[in-house]
Design a protein around this ligand. Structure first.
Ligand code: ATP
Length: 240
């Protein structure tokens, strides 16, 4: 099912000043996969996402995307290689309408495809079509999350990075959003790397997953195997 290697992260260390947030991380994502990274608060999950995007840069190790070494590349150049991110907190522009937010996601490179791409994301998220002229700041958390994913899709990504898509959302809304992610993967072959504290939802959705503790990957396997793993269950699933 999974295709060629798309993202290869090897021995990555990232620091904030003297604080080492990532302590030698190895992660791989292959074309067509949904891969998730789970772990507790402060484990380093968001730092890995941001390091892939080049802000901050890794201090050591390497990140290769689609055959290109992006370890030290500036963020805007990495984005042009078609890595697109829906960041933690969504970072939607609240005073702009839904459509204007989507325009921001398209960037100059893809504005020529705007009509086609907007129609595509509206087909995936019909709610956004209904709200296309509405200011984003007036929308619900679930709608903002849809918009954040839709905006990332406007950049025509080869790899979609999602940082905590379930954050602050009710279980039913999370279910709907995760179903859309699955559909994007199954129907369009979109490759997804997602970071989640909601381990259950993430593992259920993912082909493979990594567990991160204190800036290190401590476990990896298929979503199904990790869901059944006693250690994972005790640490991340029970009581959750
Ligand atoms: P969360 O789910 O809370 O976002 P996380 O797993 O994504 O957690 P990170 O946000 O990557 O974890 O944080 C990893 C470590 O780096 C934590 O110890 C955190 O305090 C530290 N850290 C994160 N951002 C900064 C920063 N800008 N400056 C200094 N330390 C930071």
């Amino acid at each position: 099912m999974a295709g060629k290697q798309l993202l290869k992260i090897q021995g990555v260390e990232t620091y904030y000043g003297n604080i080492r947030a990532l302590a030698g991380v190895d992660v791989e994502v292959r074309e067509g996969e949904i891969v998730s990274l789970i772990g507790a608060n402060g484990a380093g999950k968001s730092t890995l996402m941001m390091t892939i995007c080049g802000s901050p840069h890794a201090r050591s190790g390497s990140i290769v995307f689609n055959g290109t070494d992006i370890t030290h590349m500036p963020t805007h150049e990495i984005a042009r290689l078609r890595i697109s991110q829906s960041p933690e907190g969504r970072r939607i522009f609240p005073r702009m309408t839904v459509t204007e937010n989507l325009q921001m996601g398209a960037g100059l490179d893809n504005l020529k495809f705007f009509r086609e791409d907007v129609a595509r994301v509206f087909a995936i998220f019909p709610r956004l079509k209904e709200r296309q002229h509405q200011r984003a700041g007036t929308m619900s958390g679930g709608e903002l999350q849809m918009l954040s994913i839709a905006r990332a899709l406007m950049a025509r990504p080869k790899l979609l990075l999602l940082d905590e898509p379930s954050l602050g959302l009710a279980p039913l809304i999370v279910k709907g959003i995760f179903e859309q992610i699955k559909k994007l993967n199954e129907q369009e072959g979109l490759t997804v790397f997602l970071v989640e504290q909601n381990a259950f939802a993430a593992l259920k959705l993912s082909h493979r997953a990594y567990v991160m503790v204190n800036g290190k990957v401590t476990m990896s396997g298929s979503g199904k195997d990790l869901l059944a793993d006693p250690e994972v269950r005790a640490a991340y699933l029970e009581g959750g």
